[in-house]
Design a protein around this ligand. Structure first.
Ligand code: SAH
Length: 214
């Protein structure tokens, strides 16, 4: 956020805190990364409101408080290699870059993957790679991951993503049908299997198999 606008910044952070984002490291990361750099055109002046906004290819940049709550639930440490499914604008990946060692973010629309990568590079962030690929298969070449964050809703946690989570690792994802209220869940991989915690109701665009048209 631009330093010239301290009031906007205060309000943005206040909204996040009042909606339950209390982790200092997450708040610091969200203060450093300006959401305005990831929202273009008509909606740019609404970048600091706590609402999802349209981006290209019929997709959305998530609501900031949901980005904060998901990032908080992921409990990222500085040693972690993180996989995000659904790069969209690149905003969530940029936040993760501040907390993790390495971030891979997969996007099925090439156009979005390119613009997300360039928005991230323009900020001088060097530990994020955005790839145009079908994220429902994960990213086998770079697996296993310490943390996986899915920002599009599947009916159930995709098997390949569960398989690519390291033991002790955490995955946060929305599950449920796309035109219904979905549940945000946290999956922890243990020695013997997976533990599931339900976090809250959310609404995300659907996770769609295969590549997008543009
Ligand atoms: N995290 C994004 C918001 C993403 S919206 C941000 O910070 O802006 C969800 C994104 O998931 C959309 O861009 C959509 O194209 C993408 N998506 C849906 N299914 C996918 C799949 N199978 N693989 C990769 N990306 C997918």
């Amino acid at each position: 956020m631009t330093a010239s606008d301290p009031e906007r910044r205060m309000q943005f952070l206040f909204q996040l805190r009042s909606r339950g984002v209390t982790d200092r490291r997450v708040l610091d990361a969200m203060e450093r990364i300006d959401r305005g750099d990831f929202v273009r055109g008509t909606f740019a002046d609404r970048a600091y409101e706590d609402m999802p906004l349209p981006i290209h290819c019929g997709q959305t940049i998530s609501q900031p408080s949901v980005v904060g709550l998901m990032t908080q639930a992921l409990a990222v440490t500085a040693r972690d290699k993180v996989l995000e499914i659904g790069a969209g604008s690149g905003y969530q990946a940029a936040i993760l870059s501040q907390l993790a060692r390495r971030v891979y973010s997969v996007e099925r629309h090439r156009r979005l993957a390119l613009s997300a990568q360039s928005a991230i590079e323009a900020l001088g962030i060097a530990n994020v790679t955005v790839l145009a690929a079908d994220g429902s298969r994960g990213l086998p070449d770079q697996a296993p991951f310490d943390r996986i964050l899915v920002t599009a809703a599947a009916e159930d946690p995709p098997g390949p993503l569960l398989a690519q989570l390291r033991i002790g690792g955490i995955m946060v994802l929305p599950v449920g049908q796309s035109d219904h209220v979905q549940r945000l869940i946290k999956v922890t991989r243990t020695e013997d299997g997976f533990d599931y915690d339900e976090l809250r109701a959310v609404r995300f665009v659907p996770l769609i198999e295969g590549m997008g048209e543009e």
